[in-house]
Design a protein around this ligand. Sequence first.
Ligand code: GGG
Length: 352
Amino acid sequence: MKKHIVVIAGDGIGQEVTAVGKQVLNRIAEKFGHEFTYDEALIGHVAIEATGNPLPAETIAKSKASDAILFGAVGHPKYDNDPSAKVRPEQGLLGIRKALGLYANLRPIKLFDELLQASSIKPEFLKGADILFFRELTGDVYFGERGRKDEGSTAYDTMIYSRYEVERIAVKAFEAAMTRRKKVCSVDKANVLESSRLWREVVQEVAKRYPDVEVEHQFIDAAAMLLIKDPRRFDVVVTGNLFGDILTDEASQIAGSMGMLASASVGDSTGLYEPIHGSAHDITGKGVANPLASVLSAALMLDISFGLKEEAEAVVNAVDQVLKAGYRTRDIADSNTPADKVLGTQAMGEQL
Ligand code: GGG
């Protein structure tokens, strides 16, 4: 199979982890007789530095012309400490999702057995946890009208959803549930927010088309609590952009680390595959970032965009084997990990 992949490594550790994700894709191509070609494109802070624009037109054009995108991360601390900055790296990521119509962000929470002890949650509440999050990605407060008024002393962001936007993500979630344990939990804040009341109404309508799927609705505050208290009660979770962003960072603790969570953004155009973690400037350039989220994102690409199930499984199995052999990056190491088994980014990649 011939496929053309655009690598958008972005900022901070995005560069380091994406290099390992690409290496793994190359090994798969060699082993299974595929031909993967690559191009590179800029986004985020590195794009602002090079062009003044966090999402250059060339990046969109290359992405649209590709079969899949291997993405790293965006962000830079200089903008975090400058709330008045008009141009920000995150505009690149939000912009590319919108430009490509990538409205569904799949975030599998996969707990490898070997990492049971690495999690912040007690193993007896955790073993067997397996959740697939659907985070809506092109609506909500991230894209609603925002601004300042009263001479800058009041700020607002608008949480907005249309029936169409909710329906299409709900359908994706229910379809996925049909292939899993047939349970959907929809998360909103319908006791307070009008956009959440529409969300719940539409999810209830979609649910009628899937009588075999058990549906529950949880408020975001309760869902955040239940995720830690009893993660095994969840199968598919569907929620909006902001709630999904927050809940999946929380859920990363089920998998042991943010460095373990992959994601797939899909919709109207080329799929984009990225770790859920950001640019992590505190560890950038130190060679210690966990590359496994990028590697597992590459596995999602093989499966979802290319339909290469066996190849995707080979990647997941390789990660499993490396963990079984005791190798850890420092975010998933614990006091029982021998020093010679704690590896840096590249060395971890070489074990796969
Ligand atoms: N790889 C994920 C990433 O770069 N995250 C940083 C970020 O700006 N995230 C915002 C979002 O995911 O909506």
